[in-house]
Design a protein around this ligand. Sequence first.
Ligand code: C5P
Length: 224
Amino acid sequence: MTSAHVLAIDGPSGSGKGTVAARVAGLLGWHLLDSGALYRLVGLAASRRGIDLADECAVADCARDLDVVFENDKVLLEKQDVTNEIRSEKAGATASKVGALPQVRQALLERQRAFAMPPGLVADGRDMGTVVFPDAQVKVFLTASAEERARRRYNQLIEKGFSANLASLVAEIRERDERDATRAVAPLKPAADAVCVNSTAMTIDEVVAEVSARALSAWPDLRV
Ligand code: C5P
């Protein structure tokens, strides 16, 4: 399917995979695919065009036409900086709705695969190892308990000056896990050949070290 090296990191929200993927890509000097950002961008583009999110064909057209540029740490949608806007809770909820539409997932498939270029790609998402890059040489499924993920989210919200309730965050996370794991198309689950890493009691540095070690053993010529 692709000849470039691919390291797939999948897992639920709050498992730390976004941070880990970015750090490992930086260490290896590889490209990074933040596939969640694509779903967030489709949701935003569709909302801006006034498209009904239940209109699967129209949302899939939006995904196919997506005019997006990833420039260093910035994300441009139709030449406009939307880096912060796509990180909102609302954008996350919309992404989750458009991500449940099979035609949208299909429309984003080739766009995601095009990120696999030399020297290699670290791909972060929910279905990187199962659907988008089934031939990835290294697949990591990163998890953490719902309580720990809620605690991390709680701390982020408090740091940003928002109010938050830990118990309701745990409930929301459990609900989202259930929805993601049971959806008909590309449900969140580890690939059969993925290594599961439970980050509940690990620091980010420890997870980065663990994932980098997997990459180094799969590709012994790599230097970090
Ligand atoms: O990873 P992130 O939180 O940015 O993803 C936002 C939403 O996009 C997720 O909640 C999920 O529903 C969806 N998504 C997906 N498949 C991916 C990445 C994200 O369905 N590969």
